[in-house]
Design a protein around this ligand. Structure first.
Ligand code: PHE
Length: 375
């Protein structure tokens, strides 16, 4: 029996030495020492031995078993060490190597502009609000002193929602301006109010300087004794901080139903630097007029009429003193409270910024990566 076990041992030791990896060794161990192994079935003969022999043979058997177990353990340790060594050979990493840069995006230029505008107004105490983009006719028009059949409404080429009307508030519209936020803000909090509402607006329009979805920022200040001087001050403050001190603004008398008096705010064009022309001949308007030159007709050599502006000025948007009827619609007594409001397009404002030369507003929403990557 001992010879039989010794033979099994030698055979097993050779196999252990030949095992190529840890998994093969584990299989071999089960086959050699497991319950169904040749070794274990040989042990069954132990019970048949006379008691005086059993002890000595039993000790030999245990010794053989231990020897085998030790051999398995040693071989396992060896195999693991070489497996790690092989891993280190193939999976090393040079941490000093320069990395691969993942493609990195940035926020869209319109959102950048919104952040800048918000930040500039926040410095003078204006807080950012958002009004609904789909709102009732009441907030978009009626409460702004524009009764339902008033022709002034035509200027806001409005998209109407195919949705049930509300008895008091009328139809639902895609807000054609952010002025719907005015009465909403008056309802939301008691004056003093200094809001800067920024949101999306929608109008049926598309050309070089219009897109059907665009953004506006709406300023509303309501307090006691607010005058046009305050409005001017805030507009100038913004123009100075957003465009830089070299840009000029002007107010033109205008008409809005919801402000009285009303103005249109213009700024010198940032594409043609106020000249109205592009190309070699485009020089600042000041020197041009000082020299008494006539504007070159469009199409003349090297000079092209600026496609974005009219004669060097670009209209940014409207402004004015809040109409008493609007204050009343917002539940405020016009004898006690007064204020100003202004509403400008974000894209338009951004395109007028010094250094930005975007000749067509539609580029902004073209989704063309080559365009967007520049900003
Ligand atoms: N809502 C006006 C527009 O879209 C702009 C405006 C806002 C005018 C506030 C006056 C006061 O044209």
């Amino acid at each position: 029996m001992i010879e039989q076990l010794e033979a099994i041992k030698n055979k097993t030791l050779t196999a252990v030495a030949d095992a190529s990896d840890v998994a093969a060794l584990a299989e071999l161990e089960i086959a050699a020492l497991g319950r169904k192994s040749e070794f274990m079935s040989a042990l069954k003969g132990l019970g048949a031995l006379p008691p005086e022999e059993r002890k000595a043979v039993g000790e030999r058997v245990n010794a053989i078993k231990r020897e085998l177990e030790t051999a398995f353990a040693a071989r396992r340790a060896d195999l693991q060490t070489s497996a790690f060594a092989a891993l280190a050979e193939t999976e090393w990493l040079d941490v000093t190597m320069p990395g691969t840069k993942p493609p990195e995006g940035h926020i869209h230029l319109v959102n950048q502009a919104i952040r800048d505008i918000t930040e500039i107004f926040s410095r003078i105490g204006f807080y950012r609000v958002r009004a609904p983009e789909v709102d009732w006719d009441w907030y978009a028009f009626e409460s702004l002193n524009m009764p339902s059949d008033h022709p002034a409404r035509d200027e806001w080429e409005t998209f109407f929602m195919d949705a049930p009307e509300n008895d008091k508030q009328g139809k639902m519209v895609l807000t054609p301006h952010t002025s719907n936020g005015q009465v909403r803000e008056m309802e939301r909090r008691k004056p003093p109010i200094r809001m800067i509402g920024i949101g999306k607006c929608y109008r049926r329009q598309i050309d070089v300087s219009h897109v059907p979805m665009f953004h506006q920022f709406e300023g509303l200040m309501i307090d006691k004794n607010v005058s046009v001087t305050h409005l001017r001050g805030v507009l100038d403050y913004f123009a100075q901080n957003y465009f830089g001190p070299d840009r000029k603004t002007r107010l033109r008398p205008f008409h809005f139903r919801f402000t009285e008096p009303s103005f249109e705010v213009d700024i010198t064009c940032g594409v043609c630097h106020g000249t109205g022309k592009l190309g070699d001949g485009a020089k600042p308007a000041v020197s041009e007029s000082a020299e008494g030159h006539e504007s070159a007709p469009s199409g003349s050599r090297g000079v092209e009429r600026c496609r974005l502006c009219k004669d060097g000025w670009v209209e940014l948007g409207g402004a004015g003193m809040v109409h008493p009827n609007v204050l009343k619609a917002g539940g405020l007594d016009p004898e006690e409270w007064g204020g100003f409001a202004f509403g400008w397009g974000v894209e338009r404002t951004m395109m007028m910024r010094t250094g930005l030369r975007i000749p067509d507003i539609r580029e902004i929403y073209s989704g063309d990566f080559r365009f967007l990557k520049q900003f």
